[in-house]
Design a protein around this ligand. Structure first.
Ligand SMILES: [Zn+2]
Length: 572
């Protein structure tokens, strides 16, 4: 008898639960509770089960119904007058003539802390001797960087982001017509070389790039435009300790690859897919702090040991299996990454040919590969930059030989020069703009997203944002706690960056019907034609069409909550 009662009760409970579930489903309400995942600089939540785009975990973005459709504030930025056409082997590129111009207002640096400009007193400023094609150890490199910066104070600034295990500075040279100050609205780009200390060719390429950009500023219209519109941060050696023990002429192997404590720095970052238990190294820590302080739009890590441009993801949710499967681990921005890698490969002398370094080693069609499709790795800098800071970063393997004889350096430089320059220009592709509040004040840390691409990014303290996109039609979404979410449609063409400025209006606290003085003044500062934010609009956490769970819906939610508790208690 007791058993029959128990069965009947269970049946009734299940029936009521299913009924509640069905009613809510029909009403279009969201069944599961919404969890707001952290956006950037923290883990994005549980890793996806499959590497495919569709499985990228949701970040709890608001539905369109909760979004305030803001009057359009975007425009196609006007092109500059056409300059002399630069030599180009790849048709799909940006030139100074088809780049957009944004405001050149100069304000204080986005990067408030890390920039400790190297002292230049005592440095002989007459050091205009060209950089020779030899390898530069730490002392030589430091001397050259200081001298070159002192000789070119209008276009360069030298700073250290920290020190290696053995106390060597991790130098960064900024090359820009505004080297000491961030240019409001204009992107910052970085190159990071020699993460693996024995991949020495990348270090020398970085130094030659510094010299080339500065020396070409006055003669080359494209480079002048680039330096006027961009700040290019070049870190020639993230692993100066490893370089000191590596040996010239050694094409393979691991001597000098690791830092002074034996850690592989490109396996030392927090990982999106797997927990990385490796102890954080001083070089990695300095790097993380650096990129948390400066919002880089575009980046490349420079390596050697192959000839290919590789793009995220480097890791995959199922790397044990995938190590043999060579399946791509795609990001939501796979089209953009493929384009960036292709652009680099096509502007290199031979990379796009995809010739294997030697018989038996992999060949890469068009000179590009998805990182995980080549081989998955945990703790890489590339995935970290993309997931945690919203920077589009690729990895360039610059030469088959990691530490080729110095006599080969001129050849490598001539092959990479155009690709290194062209790649920076890609920071000006896509969409950019400012996010302000109702009073025109910049809004920092606004969570931004391109609809359909579950990869958020954030505004800087000046309310700026940038996102590289290929030509097409898009919708951008902006969300900040306490403000009405906003979204706007825009298009991107191949020849113009699109500027989309957004305004977020404060959300009136429903617990305080009268609002604060600030909110009230915002409310009345709207012009008569403006759409007025609805005080009763759902907050982001109420991800449903129904404004508030009242009446029957509220009862059903309460019932469902109790059922959940009951089921949890019953079945653990
Ligand atoms: Zn490497």
């Amino acid at each position: 008898m007791k058993t029959a009662v128990w069965y009947t009760s269970t049946f009734v409970v299940i029936f009521i639960y299913l009924y509640c579930y069905l009613v809510q489903f029909i009403r279009g309400a969201e069944i599961r509770p919404q969890h707001h995942q952290p956006l950037l600089r923290s883990r994005l939540g549980a890793p996806p089960q499959q590497p495919a785009l569709a499985s990228y975990p949701s970040l709890g973005w608001p539905l369109s119904s909760a979004v305030h459709q803001h009057p359009s504030q975007h425009r196609q930025l006007p092109p500059l007058p056409p300059p002399p056409p630069p030599p180009e082997v790849f048709s799909d590129y940006l030139t100074p003539g088809n780049m957009a111009v944004s405001s050149s207002i100069s304000v204080s640096s986005v990067s408030s802390a890390p920039v400790q400009v190297a002292p230049v007193s005592g440095i002989v400023a007459a050091a205009n001797k060209p950089l020779d094609f030899t390898y530069h150890n730490y002392e030589d490199m430091t001397t050259w960087l200081k001298q070159f910066s002192a000789s070119n104070p209008d276009l360069t600034a030298l700073y250290s982001i920290g020190k290696s295990v053995q106390g060597r500075d991790l130098w960064v040279m900024v090359v820009s017509s505004s080297p000491f100050q961030h240019m409001k609205g204009k992107p910052d780009v970085k190159y990071v070389a020699n993460i693996h200390g024995n991949e020495a060719v990348s270090r020398e390429m970085a130094l030659h790039l510094i010299q080339h950009l500065v020396k070409s500023y006055r003669e080359d219209a494209y480079i002048r435009w680039l330096l006027d519109q961009t700040r290019i941060h070049i870190l020639p050696s993230l692993n100066p300790d490893g370089f000191e023990v590596a040996r010239e002429g050694t094409c393979t192997g691991g001597q000098g690859r690791y830092n002074a404590r034996g850690f592989d720095l490109n396996r030392n970052f927090p990982d999106y897919f797997k927990q990385n238990t490796k102890r954080l190294q001083p070089e990695t820590e300095a790097y993380k702090e650096w990129i948390a302080k400066i919002q880089f739009t575009l980046s490349a890590g420079l390596h050697a040991g192959a000839l290919v441009a590789s793009y995220p993801f480097d890791n995959t949710p199922n790397s044990a299996y995938q190590a043999f499967a060579s399946t791509p681990s795609q990001t939501p921005d796979d089209d953009v990454f493929h384009h960036l890698a292709t652009l680099y490969a096509r502007n290199h002398a031979t990379m796009y040919q995809g010739v294997a370094c030697k018989p038996g080693s992999p060949s890469f069609p068009n000179g590009t590969t998805n990182g995980a499709a080549w081989y998955p790795l945990t703790g890489g800098a590339q995935d970290y930059s993309y997931v945690w800071t919203g920077t589009m970063e690729i990895t360039v393997e610059m030469a088959c030989c990691k530490y080729p004889p110095a006599a080969e350096l001129p050849l490598h430089w001539s092959e990479h020069r155009q690709a290194l320059v062209r790649f920076v220009g890609e920071a000006h592709r896509g969409v950019r703009g400012f996010v302000t509040d109702g009073n025109g004040r910049p809004l920092e840390n606004v969570a931004m997203k391109i609809k359909g691409r579950d990869a958020p990014f954030q505004t800087t303290k000046h309310g700026e944002y940038w996102r590289i996109l290929l030509p097409g039609y898009y919708r951008i979404e902006a969300y900040k706690e306490g403000y009405e979410p906003v979204e706007d449609d825009f298009s991107v063409t191949d020849h113009h960056a699109t500027q989309v400025n957004l305004t977020l209006f404060k959300q009136v606290d429903s617990k305080n019907a009268f609002g604060t003085l600030d909110e009230v003044s915002n409310y009345y500062s709207l012009s008569p034609g403006d759409e007025r934010p609805n005080k009763r609009q759902p907050t982001i956490s109420n991800k449903q069409d129904v404004p508030h769970p009242t009446g029957l819906t509220g009862l059903l939610i309460t019932l469902r909550s109790q059922m959940d508790n009951l089921f949890t208690n019953l079945f653990g």
